[in-house]
Design a protein around this ligand. Structure first.
Ligand SMILES: [Zn+2]
Ligand SMILES: [Zn+2]
Length: 349
């Protein structure tokens, strides 16, 4: 099959690998849409070669069932599906897997020395059949490719529920930030405020239902949040910037006394936290990492149900589409948001 091969940093080439063949309990998905994720960009921006030769990648994918392994009876060839990506599969035996928190499995996404992962940036991706979700008619595949993003926000909402009417500030207007804005809107927030640094993504934040947006390159975001909350601050601050963001100190000053900060963005290094101010405000600091089951129910499936019911606005995320042949261009667009205005770039293998 045709696949993108990642040689490290910005070196992405098109290549061929053998077609995967589904084993027992597996489904082969013909990929039709795969989103470029912020976590994909971490490797892209890193310089240097991949240690062990080129790799394949792509975990935000949707497509059609192309083949089924022995013992899979609940899916059929040609069926349109969303995919809970393979790197989230746990060992199934550790204490975290046994209680349903497979995202916390110490060996998740690995089998011995082998890294298990989806290959959305290829023609086909081999998946465990029970992580493949049939889609309702009329739900576009490119929307289903964003379900992985929404599932992260579903998990954050489970860990940090709000009361009706609470004010929620989202720091960061990327796809993860927007999905959190949407989930908290659906959950009954009184006011959802999104802070970002790119005009286009702040416009998208409005389009997905944010009540107010703050361009923190133009105005002091802490002062703006203070104004919008009549001096109270936000009940909940979602930190969704990630990378080497410098927003944590603002988060502390945006949160109301007794409020909470939830870290959902993936930081790439240590951060300084104002312990004195956090203590004075008696803040709760919480981390939300990926998703799995919530009291036995897959959070990916919950995201799908919300999307199928029309409660979410995935169309607002998709700014660019590129064929697999032009994936390098797609990564460049996704990596240079300031110039490209990219929010979610969809690769179409
Ligand atoms: Zn992702
Ligand atoms: Zn485990």
């Amino acid at each position: 099959m045709k696949t993108a091969l990642f040689y490290g940093g910005t070196d992405i080439r098109l290549g061929e690998v053998p077609d995967p063949i589904p084993g027992a309990g597996e489904a082969l998905v013909r990929v039709r849409a795969a989103g470029i994720c912020g976590s994909d960009l971490h490797g892209y921006r890193r310089t240097g070669r991949a240690a062990a030769g080129p790799t394949t990648s792509g975990h935000e994918l949707a497509g059609e069932i192309a083949a089924l392994g022995p013992g899979v009876s609940h899916l059929s060839i040609g069926q349109r599906v969303g995919v809970e990506p393979r790197h989230l599969v746990g060992c199934g035996r550790c204490r975290w897997c046994l209680r349903g928190d497979t995202h916390l499995c110490p060996t998740r996404g690995r089998s011995g020395e082998t890294r298990l992962h989806s290959t959305g940036f290829a023609e086909y991706s081999l998946e465990p059949a029970d992580k493949v979700y049939p889609l309702p008619d009329g739900l576009p595949l490119e929307h289903a490719a964003i379900l992985d993003v929404y599932a992260c926000a579903v998990h954050a909402l489970h860990l940090a529920p709000i009361k009706i009417g609470d004010t929620v500030v989202i720091q960061g207007a990327g796809a993860i930030g927007l999905s959190a804005a949407e989930l908290y809107r659906v959950a009954g927030a009184g006011q959802v405020i999104v802070c970002g640094t790119h005009e286009k993504s702040l416009r998208a934040a409005k389009a997905v239902g944010a009540d107010a947006t703050i361009d923190s390159t133009q105005i002091d975001a802490v002062a703006a949040v203070t104004d919008l909350t009549q001096g109270q601050g936000a009940d909940l601050v979602i930190e969704a910037v990630g990378g080497m963001a410098t927003t944590l100190s603002a988060d502390v000053r945006m949160a109301t006394r007794g409020g909470m900060i939830v870290i959902i963005g993936a930081f790439q290094g240590p951060q300084a936290l104002d312990m004195g101010e956090s203590m004075r405000r008696e803040l709760r600091l919480l981390f939300s990492n990926s998703y799995s089951l919530w009291q036995g129910t897959p959070e990916f499936g919950m995201a799908l149900d919300l999307m199928a019911a029309g409660k979410l606005r995935p169309a607002e995320y998709i700014t660019h589409r590129v064929p697999l042949e032009r994936i390098a261009e797609g990564f460049a667009l996704a990596s240079n948001k300031g110039d490209s205005g990219a929010l979610k770039v969809i690769v179409e293998p």
